[in-house]
Write a protein that binds this ligand. Sequence first.
Ligand code: NAD
Ligand code: MG
Length: 395
Amino acid sequence: MKGIAVLGSTGSIGVSTLDVVMRHPDRFRVVALTANRNVARMAEQCRLTRPSYAVMADAGAAAALRDELSDMPAPPEVLAGHEGLNVVAALPDVDYVMAAIVGAAGLMSSLAAARAGKRLLLANKEALVVAGAILMRAAADNGATLLPIDSEHNAIFQCLPPDHAAGLARGGVERILLTASGGPFRQATAEALSAVTPEQACAHPNWSMGRKISVDSATMMNKGLEIIEACWLFDTTPERIQVVVHPQSVIHSMVQYADGSVLAQLGNPDMRTPIAHALAWPDRISAGVEPLNLFEIARLDFEPPAPERFPCLRLAYRAASEGGTAPVVMNAANEVAVASFLDRRIAFNDIGSIVERTMDALPAESVDLSGLEHVLDVDRRARAIAEQTTAAAVA
Ligand code: NAD
Ligand code: MG
């Protein structure tokens, strides 16, 4: 029986995680749930899964949750604030931590789980983008097992040789083929892109996801973040990663070997598959996902990406090659710009230009393994500059 903490349980990945976990009461027990402010959904999840702890990052929401659960026979202990996240990520009776908070806000709790030597199921890709070296080292030094939840990276993990930690070249791996759906605007002209609304950007053709990652998919920043994520997870370089636009999202990524073999992982676009894979690994368990019907799908298409229409993809390659703090700056500026776009303060095309101007204003600095404070400081500075750039774009 494995104890589980779900960080970000009220979000899209969190809800899918609880769906899989509840199908296997003989294997998993929910020890802790966390959310930002969504008291109603958290209360519902607490009644359903009976965790020992519930954390609300927002203090007011924590008080409201305590109130809301006061009639429960054995209510969870409710903790408030970001310290609460770090506490539950490291609890002795937590074996697995699902890191499903969105954005750099998930970094410290992901790191806490790695430092506590947990099985870390990592959906929070931004943690790797801003502090990949630090997070990977913390996992290695403390015996944590890091399993990717991002569907592409989970697919790559499944297609790599079992001993890939020893180095991809030794396993005969030549390239990673990272698939991308292309998002809702795959075929849109640059002109059409200037007028898109948050509703259009969040209407992904294949996946139902949180709003931030939906916008990232529409700008293709999501693929950019995933290139950097893959470099850290699989100890490789952007030159060995080929982005392949595959509009059906049936192949979730591929690995090309020296002998010409290409291994792919296929499945319906449903995050419960990678979640179940990482929860049960190396076993396999049911996930509640419909079996793939190849006759219904009938064909699979592939095309090269179009960085001229999707500047965020180009900026991510730039951040990956500059290294150091460049991905921190890119990620922070992107989080600010996406939030402004969702608030209807800026246009869709402003997202890329705000990211680029912030990167220009804060040239990359090198970071060492003890540089967490440095990373957090650069993250704050980049957010301030991106806010100023946003205000200028609005004026
Ligand atoms: P979401 O917005 O649906 O959920 C985010 C969760 O994090 C919620 O529970 C929210 O309460 C919590 N949260 C938000 N801000 C917080 C803060 N400041 N402090 C503490 N908690 C906070 O997001 P999502 O779509 O589930 O994505 C979660 C992560 O998983 C992201 O990093 C995303 O890139 C990644 N991911 C998601 C999908 C998907 O299908 N949704 C696929 C691959 C990767
Ligand atoms: Mg993905």
